[in-house]
Design a protein. Structure first.
Length: 265
């Protein structure tokens, strides 16, 4: 009798729609993939950076030496920050100008530390890099004295003014692979292409998200070219992709295109 009642209750229990089950499975798999990517991006670059060479940089061949550099260029978001409480006070419902600018600039600095010269001539250096970016947005001046959004209330337009703009900062640790097979000389200047195969990055941004989060973590990938002008002076161009894990609940995917000036050591 008890078994019959149990079977009846199982039959009468509401079943979750298959679409919801599929959605939950997809969400769980995506979360597992992001955790695996983050772990890989965190552990592997640390192995490169912590494995310092046994010889001093003065004893290394010239093309292996490290580099201290300053960089600047354009920074581009793949998705804007419009219709958020702290960027444009929900422009979709309040009518304020949306914070939808996705083109900005960045400046930064970093250091390349020589790690290995591979038997076929490729050189691997470990890089620590910090950059700061900015995206101009329109100023917002529209809150009433009661703190409610209003664009038309007379005399209430200057109660609160928020300066527009989105600021970002990235701290990156990654290997940089100088490719010997593609290196060449042009008018006596050494040209060294390189790639960033993977890396770890902590991104910070202001204003914060709706959940008051200002941090995201992720990976960095990139390509670039060094031109060695003199024994100590280097210039170059690069393109880097910054891929966040989305733990901040916003899409922080962005790319930078710029140049740099470095001093070899």
């Amino acid at each position: 009798m008890v078994r019959g009642i149990s079977n009846m209750s199982q039959l009468m229990a509401p079943k979750m729609p298959q679409s919801l089950e599929t959605r939950e499975d997809f969400t769980m798999e995506r979360a597992k993939w992001k955790k695996s990517l983050l772990l890989l991006a965190l552990v592997i670059p640390l192995l490169f950076v912590l494995s310092f060479p046994q010889t001093s940089s003065a004893q290394l061949p010239f093309h292996v030496n490290g580099n201290f550099f300053f960089q600047a260029g354009g920074k581009f978001l793949m998705n804007d920050r419009a219709n958020e409480p702290f960027t444009d006070f929900f422009s979709g419902s309040t009518g304020t100008e949306p914070a939808d600018n996705t083109a900005g600039w960045y400046v930064g600095m970093g250091i390349d530390m020589p790690l290995w010269e591979l038997p076929w001539g490729d050189v691997i250096v470990g890089t620590i890099n910090i950059d700061v970016g900015h995206f101009d947005q329109a100023d917002k001046t529209f809150l009433t004295a009661q703190g409610l959004p209003s664009l038309t209330a007379p005399g209430r337009g200057q109660d609160l003014k928020q300066q527009g703009g989105l600021t970002t900062m990235g701290i990156m640790v990654h290997p940089k692979w100088r490719i010997a097979a593609l290196s060449t000389e042009v008018n006596g200047k050494l040209i060294q292409p390189w790639i960033i195969p993977f890396g770890f990055e902590v991104q910070a941004f202001a204003p914060p998200t709706a959940g008051m989060n200002i941090f995201d973590v992720g990976s960095i990938f990139g390509v670039g070219v060094d031109m060695v002008l003199t024994k100590r002076l280097v210039v170059g161009i690069d393109n880097r992709w910054h891929v966040g894990t989305g733990q901040s609940r916003i899409d922080t995917l962005n790319t930078t295109v710029g140049g740099y000036v470095g001093i070899r050591f």
